[in-house]
Design a protein around this ligand. Structure first.
Ligand code: HEC
Ligand code: HEC
Ligand code: HEC
Ligand code: HEC
Ligand code: HEC
Length: 380
C-alpha cells in the first residue's frame, strides 16, 4: 500500500511537470531511480572539466582555453545548450556539474551524420519522445495508456517511446561522439578504428557496455534486470568487460607464446592518454620471476617526437591491439613442469609519463588496473 501511495505522489508531481515542453533529467529519477544512480557515477555524467580532473588538466593546456572557446562541448557537454549555441561561455552551471550528457540527450539521438573531422548527432524534434531498444517491441511506438492500477499501466506518463530506431539496436547511436576526432591539421588524434561485422546486431557497443544487471528499470514494474548505465569502462567496474579480452598460453620448446584476443569491434585503449600492458610472472618452486612487461601504446606527435594532440600530425608508434585482433607475444623462456604462470592484461588510465607532464598527482589516475587475469599451471 505504502509503495503505491508514494508512487501516486510521484506520478502526480511528475504529471504536474509534464506540462513542461522538454524532458528533464532530474525528473527521470522519480521513475528510473536505479538507472539514474548508476548514470551519476558514469563518465557521461562527469564529462565536464568540473567533474573530471584528467579532462580539466588537458583543457587547461589546450590553446583554445586561453580564449575560453570550449569546442569540446560538442561531445563532452552537449546538454549545455546555451554554450553550444554560443549564447554563453563555459561556466560552472548545473548542467556542467550534473548532466553534461543528459538522459534525454542520449535517448533523443535520431541519427548520426558522418564527417571527416568528427561525426555529428542529429536530435529528434518531437521533444517528448525518446528512443529505446527492446527486441520484443521493435518497430512499435508506445504512447501512455492509464489503467486502474499503476502496475498495469501501459507506456510512460512522462514520455512517448519509439522502439524503431535501428541505431539503438546496432550501437550506432554511440558513434556521433565515439568514432574519431581530427585536430586542425586534419590529423586523427583519436580513432576507435571500429570494424563493422556481421554480428553487429548481437554484439555491439550497447550489449558490451550496457549489459543487463540486477534491478528493475522502472519503479512501476518488476523487470528483474536493467541495462547498466554506469559507463566507466576503465575506472570503476573493469570486471564487467573482462570476458571480452581472452588470454591463452602455448608452451614451446625453449619458449612460450601468450595470445591476447580482443573480442571487441574497436582498438583496445584507443585513447592517446592511456597505456595498456601485459604483465607476466612465473612462479617456480619458491621463486617468483617477473618477466618484462609488454606495452601496447599509440604515440602521436610531430617531427618524430611525441607532442600534445593539438600539435600532432603523425603517428610515431602504434602497438595498440586492433578490433578482433589476436596478438601473439613470444617469451624466450623455457617453461618446466610445475611452473605457474600468471598473466594479466590491463592499463594505466593516464600513461604515468603523461601524468607527470599534466601534473596529475593522484595515484588512482595513473596506477596499473587489471582488466583480466589468467593463471596457467604447466604440466608435461
Ligand atoms: C512518471 C514516470 C516516468 C518518468 C518521469 C520517466 N519515465 Fe521512462 N518509463 C516509464 C515507464 C512506466 C516505462 C515503461 C513503459 C512500458 O514498458 O509500458 C518507461 C520506459 C522508458 C524507456 C524504455 C524502456 C524499454 O526498454 O521498454 C526509456 C528508455 C525511458 N523510459 C527513459 C526515460 C528518460 C530518459 C526519462 C527522463 C527524461 C524518463 N524515462 C522519465 C516511466 C517514466
Ligand atoms: C567528437 C567528439 C569529441 C570532441 C569534439 C572532444 N572529445 Fe574528448 N573525448 C571524446 C570521447 C568519446 C572520449 C572518451 C574516449 C575514451 O575514453 O576512449 C573523450 C575523452 C577525452 C579525454 C580523456 C578523459 C579521461 O577521463 O581520461 C580528454 C582529456 C579529452 N577527451 C579532451 C578533449 C578536449 C580538450 C577537447 C576539446 C578541445 C575534446 N576532448 C573534444 C570525444 C570528444
Ligand atoms: C554525446 C556524446 C556521447 C555519446 C552519444 C556517447 N558517449 Fe560515451 N563518452 C563520451 C565522452 C565525452 C566520454 C568521456 C568523458 C570524460 O572522460 O570526460 C565518454 C565516456 C564513455 C565511456 C568511459 C570510458 C572510460 O575511459 O572509462 C564509455 C565506456 C562510453 N563512453 C561508452 C559509450 C557507449 C557504449 C555509448 C552508446 C550507448 C556512448 N558512450 C555514447 C561521449 C559520448
Ligand atoms: C550514453 C547514452 C545514454 C545515456 C546518457 C542514458 N541512456 Fe538510457 N539507454 C541508452 C541505451 C543505448 C539504452 C538501450 C540499452 C539496452 O536496452 O540494452 C538505454 C536504456 C534505457 C532504459 C531501458 C532499460 C532496459 O533495461 O531496457 C531506460 C529506462 C533508460 N535507458 C533510462 C535512462 C535514464 C533515466 C537516463 C539518465 C539518468 C539514461 N537512460 C541515460 C543510452 C543512454
Ligand atoms: C565485445 C565487447 C565490446 C564491444 C562490442 C565494444 N566494446 Fe568498448 N570496450 C570493451 C572492452 C573489453 C574494453 C576495455 C579495454 C579497453 O579499454 O579498450 C572497452 C573499452 C571501451 C572504452 C574505453 C577506452 C579507453 O581507452 O578509454 C570506450 C570509450 C568504449 N569501449 C566504447 C565502445 C563503443 C563506442 C563501442 C561500439 C563501437 C564499443 N565500445 C564496443 C569491449 C567492447
Amino acid at each position: 500500500m505504502k509503495i503505491f501511495i508514494t508512487l501516486g505522489i510521484l506520478l502526480f508531481t511528475t504529471l504536474n511537470t509534464y506540462a513542461s515542453k522538454e524532458l528533464k533529467t532530474h525528473i527521470c529519477q522519480a521513475c528510473h531511480p536505479k538507472i539514474y544512480k548508476e548514470y551519476q557515477s558514469s563518465m557521461h555524467a562527469k564529462a565536464s572539466i568540473y567533474k573530471n580532473e584528467i579532462f580539466r588538466a588537458v583543457w587547461e593546456k589546450h590553446p583554445l582555453s586561453k580564449t575560453n572557446n570550449f569546442k569540446c562541448a560538442k561531445c563532452h557537454t552537449p546538454s549545455d545548450k546555451k554554450l553550444i549555441s554560443g549564447e554563453t561561455k563555459l561556466s560552472k552551471n548545473s548542467i556542467q556539474l550534473h548532466e553534461p550528457i543528459s538522459c534525454q540527450y542520449c535517448h533523443q539521438i535520431k541519427s548520426i551524420e558522418e564527417h571527416a573531422k568528427s561525426n555529428t548527432n542529429i536530435q529528434i524534434t518531437q521533444k517528448k519522445t525518446i528512443f529505446a531498444r527492446n527486441i520484443d517491441k521493435k518497430g512499435q511506438m508506445l504512447e501512455f495508456k492509464p489503467q486502474s492500477s499503476l502496475t498495469k499501466m501501459v507506456g510512460s506518463p512522462y514520455h512517448d517511446i519509439n522502439y524503431s530506431n535501428e541505431n539503438y539496436y546496432n550501437g550506432n547511436m554511440c558513434l556521433g561522439c565515439h568514432s574519431h576526432k581530427q585536430n586542425d591539421h586534419g590529423f586523427k588524434v583519436c580513432d576507435f578504428e571500429i570494424k563493422k561485422g556481421k554480428s553487429d546486431f548481437k554484439e555491439n557497443c550497447i550489449t558490451c557496455h550496457m549489459p543487463q544487471v540486477s534491478g528493475s528499470f522502472v519503479n512501476h514494474k518488476d523487470t528483474k534486470t536493467h541495462a547498466f548505465h554506469g559507463a566507466t569502462a576503465l575506472i570503476d567496474k573493469p570486471f564487467l568487460l573482462s570476458k571480452h579480452v581472452k588470454l591463452s598460453l602455448e608452451k614451446g620448446n625453449k619458449n612460450f607464446v601468450i595470445t591476447v584476443k580482443n573480442g571487441s569491434n574497436h582498438t583496445l585503449t584507443p585513447h592517446p592518454l592511456r597505456l595498456s600492458k601485459l604483465k607476466v610472472s612465473l612462479q617456480r618452486e619458491d621463486k617468483i620471476i617477473e618477466l618484462k612487461d609488454v606495452i601496447f601504446i599509440k604515440v602521436i606527435g610531430k617531427d618524430g617526437k611525441p607532442t600534445m594532440p593539438w600539435i600532432a600530425d603523425e603517428i610515431i608508434t602504434d602497438k595498440t591491439i586492433k578490433a578482433f585482433e589476436k596478438r601473439e607475444l613470444k617469451f624466450n623462456k623455457e617453461l618446466k613442469s610445475g611452473d605457474i604462470v600468471t598473466v594479466r592484461f590491463g592499463y594505466h588510465i593516464v600513461n604515468p609519463q603523461i601524468a607527470k607532464k599534466l601534473q596529475l598527482k593522484e595515484k588512482r589516475l595513473s596506477k596499473f588496473i587489471t582488466l583480466t587475469r589468467k593463471i596457467f599451471k604447466i604440466q608435461d
